[in-house]
Design a protein around this ligand. Structure first.
Ligand code: ATP
Ligand code: MG
Length: 438
């Protein structure tokens, strides 16, 4: 036998029954987006490397050490598997002049890639929901986006304050960060001996990034660093105050965390993260903020924008940790067809049922492997289907099929006409959606 191949380390297969949770979650997200006026977009998984270097910032964890970058062997182009979705969306908007008619709210869902050390909640290929409001200066849409997340948590059965908590901050504007930067450098220089290699390297290139350090040995010096908040001017403070007033009125609790800086350089003003303490070190399930400078940085007209990204794997792990049950969908019916000669007639009827929205699993097999009536009914039972459609010789001779209940009132059987399946198809469908959340 040939040697078995395995998936790339840190990249996961998503198979049944787990995939049912994904589909359930994706349906919730789609509905949320529709209700908030967000249109779906899809951009390529591979982009020019320069997009991320310019967009995310040269001195960021992602660009310095997490990107899957390679050279196109056909033409030598430097390419990168997208490590996040925002830069690609902004590139697409600029390239297609998509904001020509005014602001746009868009969202996408897909795989992103980061070369990190794989562990629970941290993978090399993972999935993000990415939501962007383009062309609005805020702070109204900033607050709307945060509240949108809250709606999603509620609809997923998560309890805010208990399962997820909101942290917000303001990163102000470039000139305010410039003043803060000087104070930061002075502070870290005064504590030079405790800085780690990353921090020392970033001291003059990107000192704000040091605040994002996860090194426990650096927490004290990070904690005592001057806070950007005290460098903010009137307009930045007013922006934050309006966001807070809307959240307060909505009864949403949050913590203003002056140390929240986020991992990319493109953010300004509002930034936020939804965190949990149920996933150990991988505590951030969702993060976002305003990035008014990114369009300009990527060669577009200056355009205010705000967005958030959610880690799907982490969110689903959190749902599991909170005891959210999943019941994978089962077919409405399983078709028992003992005699292969009946297949043409039987399958024509199954088509009619499926056209009417019934889910049907057909028994399949050839020759001896097809199995007799008894073994096929066993398979029907094991499939979890609510009904068996039995195409027995006697029933077929009368132009009928026997419909046997396998769950509620198991054993009860009725005869239905083959010719007119659409008329009784609805009797096979469940009353509920067949999927139970928490
Ligand atoms: P972290 O601080 O945990 O590395 P991040 O700030 O790098 O997260 P973002 O770039 O904001 O993360 O990405 C948005 C979301 O994607 C995160 O909140 C998280 O839920 C998820 N995420 C980030 N990196 C990974 C990963 N390697 N594997 C799985 N999910 C991830
Ligand atoms: Mg990270």
């Amino acid at each position: 036998m040939a040697e078995k191949l395995t998936a790339v380390k840190g990249m996961n297969d998503i198979l049944p029954p787990e995939s049912a949770r994904w589909e359930w979650f994706e349906d919730k997200v789609r509905s949320l987006m529709r209700r908030h006026g967000y249109a779906n977009v899809r951009t390529p998984i591979v982009e020019p490397t320069a997009l991320f270097v310019r967009g995310l910032g040269e001195v960021t964890d992602i660009v310095e050490k997490e990107m899957y970058s390679f050279t196109d062997s056909m033409n030598g182009d430097p390419l990168t598997l997208r490590p996040e979705a925002t830069a690609g969306i902004v590139r697409a908007m600029v390239e297609h002049n998509a904001l020509y008619n005014g602001p746009l709210r868009v969202w996408t869902m897909g795989a992103v890639f980061r070369h990190e050390r794989p562990q629970k909640g941290r993978y090399r290929q993972f999935h993000q929901i990415d939501v962007e409001a383009l062309g609005h200066p805020g702070p109204d849409v900033d607050a709307e986006q945060i509240l949108m997340c809250r709606t999603l948590w509620r609809e997923l059965g998560l309890v805010e304050g208990q399962d997820v908590r909101l942290e917000i901050n303001s990163l102000g504007q470039a000139d305010e960060r410039q003043q803060h930067r000087k104070a930061l450098i002075a502070h870290f220089e005064a504590h030079a001996p405790v800085l780690d290699d990353d921090a020392r390297r970033r001291l003059h290139s990107n000192p704000l990034r040091i605040l994002d350090s996860k090194n426990p040995a650096m927490q004290a010096v990070v904690e005592s660093a001057p806070q950007l908040m005290s460098f903010l001017g009137e307009a930045s403070l007013a922006h934050l105050a309006t966001v807070r007033a809307i959240l307060d009125a909505a009864g949403l609790e949050y913590r203003v965390n002056p140390r929240l800086v986020r991992g990319m350089d493109y953010y300004n003003l509002t930034v936020f993260e939804w965190v949990t303490d149920k996933l150990g070190a991988q505590g951030t399930v969702c993060g976002g903020g305003r990035y008014d400078g990114l369009f300009g940085q990527l060669g577009g007209k200056p355009t205010p924008a705000v967005g958030w990204g959610l880690g799907v794997e982490r969110l689903l792990l959190l749902l599991e940790a909170t005891g959210s049950a999943i019941a994978p969908p089962v077919p409405d019916a399983y078709a028992v067809i003992p005699d292969a000669a009946a297949l043409p007639v039987a399958m024509r009827m199954l088509q009619a049922l499926r056209d009417a929205g019934v889910s049907v699993q057909m028994h399949a097999g050839t020759g001896e492997g097809r199995g007799n009536m008894k073994s096929q009914i066993k398979k029907a039972d094991a499939s979890g289907a609510r009904h068996a459609l039995i195409f027995g010789a006697q029933e077929l001779a009368q132009g009928q099929v026997a419909v046997k209940s396998l769950r509620d009132g198991a054993g009860a059987q009725v005869l239905r006409p083959l010719a007119d399946a659409s008329a009784w198809a609805a009797t096979l469908k469940p009353a509920d959606a067949g999927f139970v959340g928490r």
